[in-house]
Design a protein around this ligand. Structure first.
Ligand code: XMP
Length: 513
C-alpha cells in the first residue's frame, strides 16, 4: 500500500525543514524537494497535497525561483506559505506588490472567514510574519480569508481547487495556532488520515530492508551514538544475526563507553558485535602529534583501516549500513543566498568512505533527529541512549589540546564522567546540546593542604544549540558549576584548576580543536 505523501517545494526559506517536521508531527509523511523538481517526478510520487515554502526572493526579481503553473492543476490541494503564497498569486493572474510597511515578527491576524482552514481559531490570532512583498490583487477564483493591520490580504483560498495561501509562517512556534492550521489543511481540506507513525515506519522499514538485503549480510560501524545505535537495532529486528556490528575502541572513548556498548548490544539485544581493540595502534600513530587537523586525519585513516580489516574477517559481506539522516540527504534547492542552500559540510571524522566496495543501506535517511529518537524509544532503547549528546568521531583526541598520552586521556576521562554525572542532575539538561571538559596544555599553581601544587587546567564547555551550526555558552547555575569544579579538583588526580568557557559559535567553535 502506498503511503499518503505530501510534497513540500523548497523556495529557500530558513524555516522549510520546520514545515516538514510540522507535517510529520501531524503523522503525515512528507518529502522536501527543490522548487524546480520536474512535474513528472512530482506526479510519479502521487502526492495527496503540495506545500510551497517561503523564501527570501521576490517574484518580480529576475531569476527568482518559480515552479511550474501546472502544480496548481494536478487536482490536489496546495498551500502556499509567504513567498509560496505570493508565487501562487503571481502565477495564477493576481498581482503582487511591495508592502507599504514591511511586516516582521509578531502580528495580529484578523480572520474574516473561518472556513475549514481556520477552524478552531479565534477571530484574532497571533502569527509570525516576515515579508516585504504581498498579494495586492486576488487571482480569479480566489477569496480573502484574513487580513492584518498592514496587509489587506493575509490569507487567500480558492474553494473550487482547494488552493490556500498564508502570508504568515504557521510552521514557527511564534504562531501558536500553526499546528491547528496544518492539521486543518492536511486532514480537513486534503482528507489525509494521520497514519504515518513510528510503528508504521518500523513495519515498512523492516519490509524494505528485507527486500533490499535478501539473504546477504550487512556490516555496520557501531559507535554508540544515537544514529548508529538506532540503525543497529532496526536492522537487527529485520535480519537478526546477518547484521554484523563492529565497534572500534580507538582508546579515545569516554569512560565505560566500550563496556556500556557491549552491555546494551551484545548483552541486551544479543547482536553479533565485534570489538576491535585498537587503542595501542591509535595512540602510537598519534604520539607527538599536536596539530588538530593532523590528529583528525590520522584518526580517520586509522579508523577506516581497522574497520576494513575486521569486516574482511567476517567473510563476504555485500552491504554497509549507515545512520544517515534526512537533513544530510535533502537536496538543496540552491536558491542563491538562501539559508537552506548552505547545507552543513562537516568534517565527518569517524565516517567511512563511499568507495569501500559495499552497497549502502541507510534505513534512517527519511527521518529527522527527533524522529530517530522516537524510533529508538519505540525499538526499546533507553532514554539514556536516545537522548545522549553528540560526541565527535575523533573522540577525546580533539579535547586534549597538545600531546595525547594515555595518562592525559585518563585524566580527561575521569573529569568528563564527573561533568556528565553532574549535568544529568541539572533540571534543564535536555536544553543542553553538549557538555564536556577540555584538557589544556597549561599548568597552574595551586595549594592543597599545606602543599603547593603545579598541575593541569581543565576547561568546562557547556553549550546550547539547535543544529551545531551556531551555539551559545549555557548560563547554567553557579551551584552546578561549583559542584563540577569541586568534584574534579578533589577527585581527579592531576587537575588543580577548572575554568568555564564563555565563548559562542561563531566566532569560536563548539570543540576546541
Ligand atoms: P564544531 O567544533 O565545529 O562542532 O563547532 C560542531 C559539532 O560537530 C561535532 N564534531 C564532529 N562530529 N566528527 C563528528 O562526527 C568530527 O570530526 C567532528 N568534529 C566536531 C561537535 O562535537 C559538535 O557537535
Amino acid at each position: 500500500m502506498q503511503k499518503d505523501t505530501v510534497i513540500i517545494l523548497d523556495f529557500g526559506s530558513q524555516y522549510n525543514q520546520l514545515i516538514a517536521r510540522r507535517v510529520r508531527e501531524c503523522n503525515v509523511y512528507c518529502a522536501l524537494m527543490p522548487y524546480n523538481t520536474a512535474l513528472s517526478k512530482i506526479k510519479a510520487m502521487n502526492p495527496r497535497a503540495i506545500i510551497l515554502s517561503g523564501g527570501p526572493s521576490s517574484v518580480h526579481k529576475k531569476g527568482s525561483p518559480k515552479c511550474s503553473k501546472e502544480v496548481f492543476e494536478l487536482g490536489v490541494p496546495v498551500l502556499g506559505i509567504c513567498y509560496g503564497m505570493q508565487l501562487m498569486g503571481y502565477l495564477l493572474g493576481g498581482k503582487v506588490g511591495k508592502s507599504s510597511r514591511r511586516e516582521y515578527g509578531h502580528t495580529e491576524l484578523i480572520i474574516d472567514k473561518r472556513e475549514r482552514f481556520f477552524s478552531g481559531c479565534s477571530r484574532k490570532e497571533k502569527v509570525w510574519m516576515s515579508h516585504g512583498d504581498q498579494v495586492i490583487i486576488l487571482p480569479e477564483g480566489f477569496n480573502k480569508l484574513a487580513h492584518t493591520k498592514n496587509s489587506k490580504i493575509a490569507s487567500i483560498y480558492n474553494p473550487e481547487k482547494k488552493i490556500y495561501g498564508v502570508q504568515f509562517h504557521p510552521e514557527v512556534v511564534h504562531t501558536p495556532k500553526g499546528m491547528k492550521i496544518f492539521k486543518n489543511f492536511l486532514y480537513e481540506v486534503s482528507g489525509i488520515r494521520p497514519t504515518w507513525t513510528m510503528k508504521s515506519f518500523i513495519k515498512e522499514a523492516i519490509k524494505d530492508i528485507r527486500f533490499q538485503v535478501k539473504k546477504e549480510g550487512v556490516v555496520l560501524g557501531l559507535s554508540g551514538g544515537v544514529d548508529s545505535s538506532v540503525t543497529a537495532v532496526l536492522l537487527h529486528k529485520a535480519i537478526g544475526k546477518r547484521l554484523h556490528c563492529i565497534f572500534v575502541d580507538n582508546g579515545l572513548l569516554r569512560k565505560d563507553e566500550k563496556h556500556n556498548v557491549i552491555k546494551t548490544f551484545k548483552g541486551h539485544f544479543h547482536m553479533d558485535l565485534r570489538v576491535a581493540d585498537a587503542e595501542d595502534i591509535f595512540l602510537k600513530r598519534l604520539k607527538g602529534v599536536i596539530d588538530p587537523e593532523k590528529k583528525r586525519k590520522i584518526i580517520g585513516r586509522e579508523f577506516i583501516r581497522v574497520f576494513e580489516e575486521d569486516a574482511k574477517r567476517i567473510g563476504k559481506i555485500k552491504f554497509l549500513a549507515q545512520g544517515t539522516l534526512y537533513p544530510d540527504v535533502i537536496e538543496s534547492s540552491a536558491v542563491k543566498g538562501a539559508p537552506s542552500s548552505t547545507i552543513k559540510t562537516h568534517h565527518n571524522v569517524g565516517g567511512l568512505p563511499k568507495k569501500m566496495g559495499f552497497s549502502l543501506i541507510e534505513p534512517l535517511k527519511d527521518l529527522f533527529k527527533d524522529e530517530v529518537r522516537r524510533l529508538g524509544k519505540e525499538l526499546g532503547l533507553s532514554d539514556e541512549m536516545v537522548y545522549r549528546q553528540p560526541f565527535p568521531g575523533p573522540g577525546l583526541a580533539v579535547r586534549i589540546i597538545g600531546d595525547i598520552t594515555k595518562e592525559r586521556l585518563d585524566i580527561l576521562r575521569e573529569a568528563d564522567s564527573i561533568v556528565q554525572e553532574e549535568m544529568l542532575g541539572y533540571e534543564f539538561f535536555k536544553t543542553i546540546w553538549q557538555s564536556f571538559a577540555v584538557l589544556l596544555p597549561v599548568k597552574s599553581v595551586g595549594v592543597m593542604g599545606d602543599k603547593r601544587t603545579y598541575e593541569n587546567v581543565l576547561a568546562l564547555r557547556v553549550v546550547t544549540s539547535s543544529d551545531a551550526m551556531t551555539a551559545d555558552w549555557a548560563k547554567i547555575p553557579y551551584d552546578i558549576l561549583g559542584k563540577i569544579s569541586n568534584r574534579i579538583i578533589n577527585e581527579v588526580k592531576g587537575v588543580n584548576r577548572v575554568v568555564y568557557d564563555i565563548s559562542s559559535k561563531p566566532p569560536s567553535t563548539i570543540e576546541w580543536e
